[in-house]
Structure formats: structure tokens, C-alpha cells
Design a protein around this ligand. Sequence first.
Ligand code: SF4
Length: 78
Amino acid sequence: AHVVTEACFNCKYTDCVVVCPVECFYEGESMVYINPDECIDCEACVPECPVEAIFHEDNLPEKWQDYIQINAEKSQEL
Ligand code: SF4
């Protein structure tokens, strides 16, 4: 699945949300999250993100590993 990371914080652009074919983005108070069970890894959102906050979980920088869990939990709460 794809993961939204810290760079999204307070971004408020939703270009990524709009292009997702399966509508698996969930908008939180300060950032958006991807539901890993719904993401089909199409990559459509990656080039749309103006702050390069979205990564495939396998390419996630070490410092943002926690965001795998954060996206999973937050997307299910919203
Ligand atoms: Fe949606 Fe595709 Fe991005 Fe997954 S990779 S969140 S399916 S646009």
C-alpha cells in the first residue's frame, strides 16, 4: 500500500485525493491518510502530491516507518 508521511502535515492540497480511483484517502484534521486495505498501488497520487509526501511502503524513508501504522489506524477511524 501507499503511505502519506509527515510532509503532508498542514498541506491541505487534496490533488492526491481527487485522482485516487478507489477513493481510499481519508481527510484528518491536519493531513490525509491512505487506507492500506483499499489502496491498489496504482501510483496515481504520487506525482500529484506537491510536497512529495506519498511513498510506497517498501520505499518509505526509515524516519517515517511509523506512518505505516498511523495511516492504517487513522484511515479506519475517519
Ligand atoms: Fe489511491 Fe492509487 Fe494512491 Fe493507492 S496509489 S492511494 S489507490 S491513488
